[in-house]
Design a protein around this ligand. Structure first.
Ligand code: SF4
Ligand code: MSK
Length: 661
């Protein structure tokens, strides 16, 4: 095994302090013994650049790079004269362009697949959820009554293609936006056109010498981010549901203990469900199962990681080995016989760790190749050709395993798969599916409000800890939590995604959870599925009683351990949709500047949401709850909550008095 640089004890990380994930800790200990480096080590040995961290530098042209002073932000300008506000806004814009491009490109791939399936050019996939197809079509004005599924699907494809290519006008899913929210967007000129146009314009405007007013740049940031949230990402989610099935609650196993020493372990990591769906077919192919047995394995064990894993466990109950910061650590088990990746959040460092343990790291998407990894291109026209080949490689690695195997014996269970459709059904029942019970319970105060807690893990903070502490605080204060992305894996490992976790919730939320039989923390999908939260928020507005726009709702969002540009784009589309959104870790802006004031206050004054920042989970919870309470007050429902809480206390007192008697 090739040794890597081992950090000296002095430089080395304090393993007990970089993560609360016990399995990851165990593997970091093993990695240290094996002389293998991970992102935790690199983060500790590489201090974040203080100027870059504040976004106070610009390298948009060769007159620079120009570095401004965050401590005296207006004391200096770039060579071209660009101010700190212009420089920060342009940097922010480019993060949104890149983050939005990632999810919209993924959505476009799903739409390409959909088109080829409808045309009959791809036969390995089919429309699994025709009811959802009709619902989505109806939501954007496509006639469905008495029509063939194929005809509806073709019309839907043609309409949704505009999400990407539309040059003028409003994208199709703008029809789903609550009227008052849409009115605000129209007034501000931020209703998105096609994502390609918005991203192209944002890149143009952030070029040297173009848009040099931070307010104008921010408007295009919002428009581009909305083209992702209500466009590319929403298409990705809806088409994935139509093709692969709409999730409904399923109990899943999470953590590294899902690996099996006596089986061929294959991990799929990335974001696109089509690769994973095909992998599921290949691992069940009788000849391959037999080949695994012939190699001495008792079977083939397919496991997910990161968002690919989330797509698959909500649809098929496939076990999940861990979130973003555990992807290198899982290879250290020595038990992974192949790790297959497609796009997004795939650390280049995986190649070195995989090499150390003799695990084939296999890239499959033409967009993502990694030096040192093998490439087996996934072709949707013959999907199992490549996934079969990957399984064969994994079997061969199993047969020739040389790495010492150590699998942490930790498995946690959670219930996930709360799609918008299922929440609707769960609350209202099959005959009158509706959001009325949710709104009623918010109005009567049992549920204080709703929070979306989403996003990545990041080695700059203790892995999972900020997510878990924040969510515990929120549910304790009767805030129902919706989750997407890597965050929900952190919460499952902490035992908070089971109905039994209701006991940790405040009395009002606990009562609702127990009545419905749901967890206080609802995992709803991958990071691209934040669109489900937007749809749920729109349904709450339409249901009535909680105001006329998303900005009126007693809701808040957070990405406590974010790391990706996708997260910044998601944050901006939540803010532009009307949601107060708090980020942790770090925020790429100098405080006390005009651009900071605009994002953290000004956007709310325009009728949108606003940004917040705190690295501390308790402060973050306090900020979110204060916002929820402010919205309750504006809606005139703050008194109802006081009454309910009094009722609960009274009830407890009465119970105690009864027992004493
Ligand atoms: Fe410097 Fe202006 Fe060029 Fe940026 S665009 S590198 S601030 S000269
Ligand atoms: S995978 S963007 S680390 S949530 Fe979607 Fe996880 Fe964040 Fe990637």
């Amino acid at each position: 095994m090739e040794k890597q640089k081992v950090l000296s004890k002095k430089e080395g990380i304090d393993i007990g302090n970089v993560t609360i994930c016990e399995a990851t800790k165990q593997m970091l200990e093993k990695a240290r013994k094996d002389g293998v480096e991970t992102a935790f080590d690199r983060a500790a040995s590489m201090r974040a650049c203080p100027i870059g961290k504040d976004s106070a530098c610009c390298k948009h042209c060769a007159m620079g790079p120009c570095r401004l002073n965050a401590k005296d932000p207006y004391g200096k300008v770039g060579v071209c004269g660009a101010t700190i506000d212009t420089i920060m806004a342009r940097n922010f814009a480019r993060m949104i362009a890149a983050g939005g491009a990632a999810h919209t490109d993924h959505g476009m791939s799903m739409l390409d697949l959909f088109r080829e399936v409808i045309k009959g050019n791809i036969t390995d996939y089919e429309i699994k959820d025709p009811i959802k197809l009709e619902e989505v079509a109806t939501s954007i004005g496509i006639e469905v009554d008495g029509r063939e599924t194929k005809d509806i699907a073709m019309d839907l494809y043609e309409e949704l293609e505009r999400t990407y290519t539309q040059v003028e006008g409003e994208i199709p899913f703008a029809k789903r936006v609550p009227e008052k929210t849409l009115e605000t967007w129209r007034k501000l000129g931020i209703v998105p056109r096609g994502a390609m146009r918005e991203i192209m314009e944002l890149m143009h405007r952030s070029h040297m010498g173009v848009d040099q007013h931070y307010e104008n740049i921010t408007r295009q940031c919002s428009r581009t981010a909305l083209a992702d949230g209500w466009g590319g990402s929403m298409v990705a989610t809806e088409i994935s549901d139509i093709l692969f099935g709409t999730p409904s609650p399923v109990s899943v196993e999470v953590n590294m203990g899902v690996l099996k020493e006596d089986q061929v372990n294959i991990i799929v990591h990335g974001h696109e469900p089509n690769l994973f769906e095909s992998m599921l077919v290949s691992v069940n192919e009788p000849t391959l199962v037999q080949a695994a047995k012939d190699a001495g394995a008792s079977g083939i064990n397919l496991v997910g990681m990161c968002c690919s894993g989330l797509e698959m466990f909500v649809r098929h109950g496939v076990p999940h080995a861990g979130n973003f910061m555990s992807t290198e650590a899982v290879l250290v088990t020595g038990a992974v016989d192949a790790m297959t990746v497609d796009v997004q959040c795939i650390k280049q460092g995986l190649a070195k760790v995989a090499e150390c343990y003799g695990t084939p790291l296999i890239t499959t998407n033409p967009r993502c190749r990694i030096e040192g990894a093998q490439h087996i291109e996934f072709n949707e026209h013959h999907p199992t050709a490549s996934t079969d080949e990957i399984v064969i490689k994994a079997i061969s690695r199993f047969k020739n395993r040389t790495a010492k195997i150590e699998i942490p014996k930790i498995v946690n269970k959670g219930v996930h798969g709360f799609s918008h459709e299922y929440i609707n059904y769960m609350l209202g029942g099959s005959f009158r599916a509706s959001y009325a019970p949710l709104n009623d319970n918010i109005i009567n105060g049992r549920i204080r409000g709703v929070a979306g807690v989403v996003g990545c893990t990041n080695p700059r903070v203790k892995q999972d800890w900020v997510h878990v502490e924040l969510v515990k605080e929120l549910i304790k204060k009767d805030v129902l939590v919706l989750q997407t992305g890597c965050s929900q894996i952190a919460l499952t490992k902490a035992g908070l995604t089971t109905p039994e976790a209701a006991i940790l919730a405040g009395p009002g939320l606990q009562e609702v959870c127990e009545t419905v039989g749901m967890p206080p923390v609802l995992g709803i999908g991958a990071c691209v599925d934040n669109s489900r939260i937007l749809i749920a928020a729109s349904a709450m507005v339409r249901q009535g009683g909680l105001g006329d726009s998303i900005a009126d709702l007693p809701v808040a969002g957070a990405a406590p351990e974010y790391m990706s540009e996708k997260a910044i784009c998601i944050g901006q589309y939540f803010v532009a949709s009307g949601v107060y959104t708090v980020f942790g870790v770090t925020f790429p802006i100098v405080e006390e500047t005009k651009f900071h004031k605009l994002l953290f206050e000004g956007l709310e004054e325009q009728g949108l949401g606003k940004w917040g920042f705190s690295p501390d989970p308790y402060e973050m919870a306090r900020m979110m709850i204060a916002h929820i309470d402010k919205k309750r007050k504006q809606l005139g429902i703050d008194k109802a909550r006081d009454r309910v809480l009094m009722d609960m206390a009274d009830r407890r007192e009465m119970g105690a008095a009864y027992q004493q008697a």
